[in-house]
Design a protein around this ligand. Structure first.
Ligand SMILES: *[C@@H]1O[C@H](CO)[C@@H](O)[C@H](O)[C@H]1NC(C)=O
Ligand SMILES: *[C@@H]1O[C@H](CO)[C@@H](O)[C@H](O)[C@H]1NC(C)=O
Ligand SMILES: *[C@@H]1O[C@H](CO)[C@@H](O)[C@H](O)[C@H]1NC(C)=O
Ligand SMILES: *[C@@H]1O[C@H](CO)[C@@H](O)[C@H](O)[C@H]1NC(C)=O
Length: 479
């Protein structure tokens, strides 16, 4: 995704590029220095935190029973009307619970001009250096060719892996002159989500906005229902030759090619610019979430914003990812054992014997929720900063985020921002819940992933495309 983004965005003038390189060099020199300073700051604050703990203030006594009034005010009419106006949607919202006040919380207010000034710098997006979105086809771009057959796609993985795969398959369909059949979503991964394409994405928009690029249909024509399909695992990271020669040659024998998986990823480099641009159009313009997900996502964003600019924190700290990566820093021996057992019992995870200390030193572990709190404080985000947690279930539950919560009481998530009734249509669909997190993350003022991965990269790229929105990726490596 990262590299794809680089081609989705291009510089306005070539000359700028050389100047930029000189600038980059200067920056790199500075960066080393800043990084060392930052590490020092984190160390110092970590030490303080340690002392603080020893003084015997129990953070849990401050936070354990955070009242519901910490919920952001719901600002229903505003969010609702805006939504209705923009998208012409009708969404039924449950009435505002009586105990929720409509006025902003006192905690939202900032004090002092100096604080405002400093905060201004903190929230400022990076300069665009004249890089602008660059996805429009050139004048010589030809319209959709006469298709030679049909491409069926079985996507695999979680939401963001499927998204990336779908964007690639649009480009593949164009390369082999295929009609693309709306992809099937993965229903068997650990996400266990029965959603189909139109539940998660805006199917009609997807088809119509790519009409000049690839012909896309909802279902294989009836007369081909029984036709023999060439089932293929496309070779990972293949370029144009593989698809135009090897795959397209199958049209001689088959009318239907079925991609058994979608995560084979198209090459990032050496593709014709028109194909790169198509991939970007697919990802950033054609592949929208379904109207009801977009509407709910926007509602969450409005509720977050009602307190001012906010941080979206992609907090990777779920049980399965910890078990897989072998990261047990700061966990109890019992928890470490539980994770190890899960790893040993999961046949398709090949690496069983992992030394957590070494893993962490190399930067292969997510920051713990506590470390993220220290990190945010070190960057001087004030404690009244609204923070949205975009994540699955945190291993260890609420007790694991006690420290972070005590530093940043306006710690929100879907469940705190929306009522059970509002979330009900999405709750049993992991990919739809992830789509809500995706929207709130893309729209945030600052996005901070605690770990790399499909979602972190997809959101960072999408934000860059939409206007160089700020993303802060902590360097997790010890040095
Ligand atoms: C796709 O169609 C165009 C125009 O008919 C043709 O030039 C090109 O070779 C075709 N590509 C493949 C892979 O069949
Ligand atoms: C997609 O799911 C919806 C409801 O979840 C269902 O009504 C529809 O028939 C499904 N479509 C397909 C093609 O399976
Ligand atoms: C496909 O095969 C099924 C069972 O073999 C048969 O009932 C059906 O009529 C066939 N459909 C077509 C379009 O040939
Ligand atoms: C893990 O690695 C560290 C550093 O290399 C080492 O000190 C420690 O003994 C190792 N732990 C185990 C259980 O092997």
């Amino acid at each position: 995704m990262n590299v794809c983004v680089c081609v989705c965005v291009c510089v306005r003038e070539r000359e700028r590029e050389r100047e930029r390189e000189r600038e980059m060099h200067r920056r790199r020199c500075m960066l080393g220095l800043v990084r060392r300073l930052l590490l020092f700051a984190i160390g110092a604050i970590g030490l303080l935190a340690l002392l603080y703990a020893h003084v015997g203030v129990s953070p849990s006594s401050q936070v354990a029973n955070l009242p519901d009034s910490y919920k952001l005010p719901m600002q229903q009419e505003i969010g609702y009307e805006k939504l209705g106006g923009e998208r012409g949607l009708k969404i039924e919202l449950v009435p505002l619970p009586p105990h929720l006040s409509r006025t902003p919380l006192p905690a939202c207010k900032l004090d002092g001009a100096a604080a405002v000034l400093e905060l201004g710098k903190l929230w400022k997006p990076p300069p665009n250096r004249d890089y602008v979105p660059c996805v429009e086809p050139s004048q010589t771009y030809t319209l959709t060719e006469e298709p030679r057959g049909y491409l069926l796609v079985h996507t695999n993985g979680g939401l963001n892996q499927m998204r990336a795969g779908i964007c690639d398959m649009v480009a593949v369909a164009r390369l082999i002159n295929a009609t693309l059949v709306i992809p099937e979503l993965d229903k068997s991964s650990f996400w266990q989500d029965t959603s189909n394409f139109s539940d998660v994405f805006d199917e009609d928009h997807f088809i119509s906005s790519l009409a000049n690029d690839v012909s896309i249909i909802k279902k294989l024509p009836k007369e081909l229902a029984n036709a023999t399909r060439a089932v293929k695992h496309f070779r990972s990271w293949s370029g144009i030759d593989y698809y135009q020669d090897e795959i397209a040659s199958m049209w001689a024998d088959y009318q239907v090619i079925r991609a058994a998986k979608s995560d084979s990823r198209l090459a990032n480099n050496g593709l014709p610019p028109e194909i790169q641009k198509l991939r970007c159009r697919a990802c950033y313009e054609a592949l929208r979430f379904s109207p009801r997900i977009e509407a709910m996502g926007k509602l969450l964003v409005d509720r977050m914003r009602s307190c001012g600019p906010y941080i979206a924190l992609h907090l990777r700290y779920e049980k399965d990812m910890l078990a897989f990566s072998g990261c047990t820093h700061d966990l109890s021996p019992e928890e470490a054992d539980e994770l190890k057992t899960i790893r040993e019992n999961t046949a398709y995870w090949k690496v069983k014997d992992i030394n957590s200390t070494e893993q962490r030193a190399k930067g292969y572990c997510p920051l713990t929720p506590k470390e993220i709190g220290i990190f945010l404080t070190a960057l001087r985000f004030p404690s009244n900063t609204p923070v949205y947690i975009a994540a699955g279930e945190i291993y260890g539950g609420d007790s694991r985020v006690v420290d972070l919560q005590s530093r940043y009481p306006l710690l929100m998530n879907k469940e705190k921002l929306a009522s059970a009734e509002e979330l009900e249509p999405f709750i049993n669909h992991a990919s739809q819940m992830a789509a809500l997190d995706f929207i709130v993350s893309v729209e945030s003022d600052i996005f901070i992933p605690s770990y790399s991965g499909n979602m972190a990269r997809a959101v960072e790229g999408h934000r860059r495309f939409l206007g160089h929105r700020k993303t802060i990726s902590p360097d997790r490596q010890e040095n």
